[in-house]
Design a protein around this ligand. Structure first.
Ligand code: FAD
Length: 381
């Protein structure tokens, strides 16, 4: 081990990845985290035998940064089907991987065959720097309005018209090629597994100034608003908010473990899934946990009303287990170009976080690794 100490502020995925990169290069790393656990926006709670992720999210096992870290094998990873249920009036159409859902893939109810070929062409072409995602996809008509728009609103946590075509297409491609799923005991298992590899983390300590670290290199891997305050950053990206609602529902309500979206936009919910059908440990035996996410303000009765339509059943016997409001869920990567810039802010001070690369777990891990590699290079380590 080298005698060189580096401070990493924040133990979200970006901070964890930075710390692991520095550690492998032989540095002494000290991670300082404001909360009582590692993982930042990836966290899971246990309430009354249910596992509740703080905001519904899936992990893509094929993310290159996760593969580099070799962590999926340690997670008891529950793979989700690469298909979604699209709710349309009283019927549900399955759309997704054509190898398993061929007939749905050619169903006219979710768009013509021509529009599905148009979507494949979209995936193969390069994105326009001056367009947003909706500009490039809305010509696909019903395929966009009934499937892609509701699905992507749940991915970006904002309407696709707010997302630049270039960053948007990158995310869409990674989803299409992905292997989504969740760890059997909640998404918080991912950062826990990784953080266990870090030799020194101090929890419950919030850094409010970098003045105490003048002689030690620092990587600021906090959320963007805290980083802006610590580093006097002039610009901060817009942030998307979301709310995830957890209801216990009758087990007979559905046997599907697929994500459900509303092809008719009848309310505030962007997606809903019987998460305990995907990973049975999310609910006590014999019980079913529904996870539903909304991106606009709504009361629980509006959420239930919409979910009743999406699931074609009454919600009167459901019970609300918990609700997580996450005002700073994801950075919105708009049309204005996101040039990848140096992570160095000034001598000895570097910055990392998903807002610097892509609004995803992979984006956060990549930003952390790149900041650490730049620091190592500049320090001659
Ligand atoms: C609802 C939701 C759904 C998502 N869905 C997906 C998905 O399906 N797929 C996907 O790939 N990604 C998804 N994401 C995105 C992904 O979770 C994030 O991009 C990633 O976790 C961000 O990591 P980060 O390290 O950049 O930031 P954060 O996780 O925000 O970590 C920052 C850390 O810094 C700490 N901190 C802040 N201030 C201080 C301070 N002053 N001193 C010390 N520590 C401090 C915080 O406590 C936190 O631990 C989703 C996110 C949300 C919220």
């Amino acid at each position: 081990m080298l005698d060189k100490e580096v401070i990493v502020i924040g133990a979200g995925l970006a901070g964890i990845s930075a710390a692991l990169t520095l550690q492998s290069a032989g540095c002494r790393v000290h991670v300082i985290e404001a909360s009582d656990r590692a993982g930042g926006r990836m966290a899971s709670d246990q309430i009354d035998g249910f596992i509740l992720d703080r905001g519904f999210q899936l992990i893509n096992a094929k993310y290159p940064e996760l593969q580099r870290l070799g962590v999926i094998e340690a997670l008891d990873f529950q793979v989700a089907e690469r298909a979604v249920d699209v709710s349309l009036h009283e019927e549900v159409v399955v759309i997704g991987d054509p190898r398993s859902h061929l007939f749905a893939g050619i169903s006219h109810k979710t768009g013509s065959l021509g529009s599905k070929i148009g979507f494949l062409n979209y995936l193969l072409s390069s994105a326009s720097k001056s367009a947003n995602v909706a500009d490039e996809l809305s010509s696909l008509g019903p395929l966009y309005e009934k499937v892609l728009r509701p699905f992507l609103s749940g991915v970006f946590l904002t309407d696709p018209s707010n997302v630049g075509a270039v960053p948007g297409k990158e995310i869409i491609r990674s989803f299409i090629k992905g292997r989504p799923g969740v760890p059997a005991r909640g998404v918080g298992q991912l950062p826990s597994q990784l953080a266990a590899r870090i030799s020194q983390i101090t929890f419950n300590r919030s850094v409010d100034s970098l003045a105490e670290f003048t002689n030690t290199p620092v990587i600021v891997a906090t959320d963007v608003t805290t980083a802006a305050q610590l580093l006097d950053m002039p610009r901060v990206p817009r942030l998307a908010a979301s709310t995830t609602w957890y209801h216990e529902v009758p087990s007979s309500m559905t046997h599907s473990a697929r994500l459900r979206i509303d092809g008719l936009h009848r309310g505030p919910v962007v997606n809903s899934i019987a998460i305990s059908h995907l990973a049975s440990g999310y609910a006590p035996q014999g019980r079913t946990l529904l996870s539903s996410t909304s991106i606009e303000f709504a009361s629980e009765s509006e959420i239930r009303r919409h979910l009743s339509m999406m699931w074609s059943c009454s919600s009167s016997d459901w019970s609300l287990i918990a609700k997580y409001e996450i005002p700073k869920s994801l950075p919105i990567f708009g049309v204005e170009s996101h040039q990848v810039t140096s992570a160095k802010v000034r001598d000895g001070v570097y910055v990392a976080g998903d807002y610097r690369s892509a609004p995803s777990q992979n984006g956060a891990l990549l930003a952390g690794r790149l900041a650490a590699e730049e620091l190592l290079l500049n320090q001659g380590i």
